[in-house]
Design a protein around this ligand. Structure first.
Ligand code: CP
Length: 305
């Protein structure tokens, strides 16, 4: 039995296989419509979600399986003081696989120690979000046809943005990625991510506060929301929340084949007018999230075809 807690729990070869399976699902959905018949996915979301929870549920339903779970901790016995371990142990008696989101870093890892079925980390605090990374990799692959030889700009809240941490880890395993980190000084990428993913491997990177000065270099721009729920005080959030607002004017000096990604939800960091730009890939990215999760559920249940 295996779990997906961190993106590095998957080898590069397995990620390539997941992307190939997702591509096949997109091309031949009927072929997969009963692969998970009789299987149940539990979604245990102790923190709000739209895309991750619903794409997991839609993925399992499209594979012929069924779903159960909760979308807020208050509707589970957590509200009576039950531990995460006991909750997960209980649900693993009913479901074949569990996708879990929790505000505490490391909670899915702790859950995996007691679960009797595979655990998928659907986001743990400001730490990791490996299935968003699979979505991002499928999107980059579909937009660009490859996963190497890019300059990638990560912009916004790089401190608390768990999707950034997981994607940096994932891309550091591909050839010739030039990392550019764009954030306010207070929201720089954490030292532990730079140390583990980049410095140990001798991968160069640059850090700046100025998006417009680096825009012409970028092949991919990964925008992120300032994570209000992780701030210790509202004053700091209000000061930093509008640090970067992507507008059509700011894209005038960007490459013609730039791909703009965002894990969503967005608040104010990409103007709606940018959605019409063919380089805006974030709504295609939302769709991709379902297909890569279908491939992942199949892999983790040993049901690959
Ligand atoms: N990208 C993402 O995790 O979105 P949700 O919070 O809506 O699941």
């Amino acid at each position: 039995m295996r779990n997906l807690i961190d993106i590095t729990d998957l080898s590069v070869e397995e990620i390539d296989r997941l992307i190939a399976t997702a591509e096949d699902i997109i091309a031949n959905p009927a072929k997969y419509s009963q692969v998970c018949a009789g299987k149940q996915l539990a979604t245990l979301f102790f923190e709000p979600s739209t895309r991750t929870r619903l794409s997991f549920e839609s993925a399992m339903l499209s594979l012929g399986g069924s779903v159960l779970g909760f979308s807020e901790a208050g509707s589970s016995s957590t509200a009576k003081g039950e531990t995460v371990g006991d909750t997960v142990h209980t649900v693993s008696c009913y479901a074949d696989i569990i996708a879990m989101r929790h505000p505490k870093e490391g909670a899915p890892y702790a859950a995996a120690q007691v679960a009797e079925v595979p655990i998928i980390n659907a986001g743990d605090g400001g730490h990791n979000h490996p299935t968003q990374t699979l979505t991002d990799l499928l999107t980059i692959h579909r937009e660009k046809g490859r996963l190497d030889n890019f300059t990638v700009g990560f912009c916004g809240d790089l401190k608390f943005g768990r999707t950034v941490h997981s994607l940096v880890n994932a891309l550091s395993r591909y050839e010739n990625i030039n990392f550019v980190f764009i954030s306010p000084l207070e929201l720089k990428l954490p030292r532990y991510v730079k140390e583990e993913a980049l410095k140990k491997k001798g991968i160069p990177y640059t850090q700046t506060t100025d998006l417009e000065s680096v825009m012409p270099q970028l092949d991919i721009l990964y925008m992120t929301r300032v994570q209000r729920e992780r701030f210790f005080n509202e004053e700091d959030y209000l000061r930093l929340k509008d640090s970067y607002i992507l507008t059509p004017a700011k894209l005038l000096n960007a490459k013609a084949d730039l791909s703009i990604l965002h894990p969503l939800p967005r608040v104010n960091e990409i103007q709606v007018a940018v959605d019409k730009d063919p380089r805006a890939a974030y709504w295609r990215q939302v769709k991709n999230g379902k297909f890569i999760r279908m491939a992942l559920i199949m892999m983790m249940l040993g049901l690959e075809i």
